[in-house]
Design a binder for this molecule. Structure first.
Ligand SMILES: [Fe+2]
Length: 208
């Protein structure tokens, strides 16, 4: 008798995508200026941010050229991600709502583990990252959403590695499902880390 493998499936995978905006320097300079203007007028709100500033309201409602450029890039990344996962929905029948906010993290600032309930895609665009970051400083880490995984640690299999961290660079955009728990390691530099986070929510378009 011989045992033959007849099928090997990877079920229920979690897509995480990374994009890079080429020629992002002017955009990032303008976004940084926009953030500083907003910060001068608002103390911000407290969410998952620890010791940092988190802008109030929906950033994408601002009509400045830099914010609208970023909104277009975010929309494009979502379209690319939908194509990548083989989404078969008819997008003419859906409306897409984007909600964005800016995070400015000083030395010691970080984001505690959290999800973004209610959306489909969530993401982060990186405006500025301290030039010299070592170890885990400034990295975003995703935690495996499946349960009972610690039992698998003994096998040291990449498919069950429990967490995955990324070191983003300015101009990078990371997109992930909103249910995925993530957090950001503390900024160990004196330079601020500035990022723009967003949620993308699809709803059925109301027929008029
Ligand atoms: Fe987040």
């Amino acid at each position: 008798m011989k045992l033959q493998t007849t099928k090997y499936e990877k079920l229920f995978s979690t897509p995480v995508l990374r994009f890079h905006v080429e020629g992002h320097d002017d955009l990032n300079t303008a976004l940084l200026r926009e953030g500083n203007d907003m910060r001068a007028l608002s103390e911000g709100v407290s969410k998952s941010n620890r010791a940092g500033w988190h802008s109030e309201g929906n950033l994408f409602k601002r009509k400045t050229a830099c914010v609208q450029t970023l909104k277009t890039l975010v929309t494009d990344s979502i379209a690319a991600a939908n194509a990548q996962i083989g989404a078969r929905a008819d997008f003419d029948e859906l409306s897409l709502k984007l909600f964005g906010w800016m995070n400015m993290n000083p030395a010691g600032g970080y984001n505690a583990p959290h999800t973004h309930p209610g959306a489909q895609w969530s993401g982060v665009y990186y405006v500025s990252q301290p030039a010299v970051e070592t170890g885990n400083a400034g990295m975003i880490e995703f935690l495996d959403p499946r349960s009972d995984l610690p039992n698998w640690r003994i096998l040291k299999a990449p498919a069950f590695r429990l967490k995955k961290k990324l070191r983003p660079m300015p101009g990078d955009m990371i997109l992930f499902p909103s249910y995925l728990v993530h957090w950001v390691y503390p900024n160990e530099s004196e330079e601020e880390r500035v990022s723009i986070a967003f949620n993308a929510t699809f709803k059925t378009r109301r027929k008029s």
